[in-house]
Design a binder for this molecule. Structure first.
Ligand SMILES: Cc1ncc(COP(=O)(O)O)c(C=O)c1O
Length: 178
């Protein structure tokens, strides 16, 4: 369950929101802890203009009428690498149109689907916001297809995207070399 935070996203003219600047994580912590203390898992954070910015530490997409919509960089979001990846995969692999534009609070309530994305959270569906179901209140079909595709890629199972992955091998011990 998610809720809109009473905290607003840091502004570009205060602490640039586009970068992972340590001090700005107080903003993330305030939003996240408020959500958890109120019985929710995660917060949706609006910017000072009242437009959706992101989660406490993840970018956000909604889907309406088959179109993926995500807040623009100018709405004080972090320029996430997973957000870029998601836009690429939606457009190139799933043939889903993606639009970057401001999103109002109530448009989230009306969305067919919504999901968070980020290095930590990866891709996770948003099923309810402020106790209101998004779509039918469970993971939507575009989110499900995107998650399958993304997990296949990041786990090295998708040959076409193997170059996105860096192999990590266990170091050989001295005894195994002897
Ligand atoms: C505030 C914030 N927004 C969004 C993200 C997602 O960014 P990325 O996909 O680069 O991990 C993060 C990740 O740490 C973050 O801290």
């Amino acid at each position: 369950m998610r809720s809109f935070s009473s905290w607003r996203r840091v502004d570009d003219n205060a602490i640039p929101a586009r970068g992972k600047i340590s001090g700005s994580y107080v903003n993330s912590a305030l939003a996240k802890s408020e959500a958890v203390l109120n019985g929710f898992d995660e917060a949706l954070v609006l910017n000072a203009n009242g437009h959706l910015a992101e989660g406490s530490a993840e970018n956000v997409f909604i889907v309406r009428d088959g179109v993926g919509i995500t807040p623009p960089i100018t709405d004080n979001i972090l320029e996430g690498i997973t957000r870029n990846t998601v836009m690429h995969l939606l457009r190139s692999e799933l043939r889903v149109e993606v639009v970057e534009r401001p999103i109002d609070r109530t448009e989230v309530y009306l969305a067919d689907e919504a999901f968070f994305c980020g290095t930590g959270v990866q891709i996770v569906a948003i099923a309810r916001v402020d106790h209101r179901p998004i779509g039918n209140g469970s993971m939507g079909p575009i989110t499900a297809r995107l998650r399958d595709l993304y997990f296949g890629i990041v786990r090295g199972r998708n040959e076409a995207y193997r170059h996105w992955c860096t192999p990590v091998y266990a170091e050989r011990t001295i005894s195994s070399l002897a």
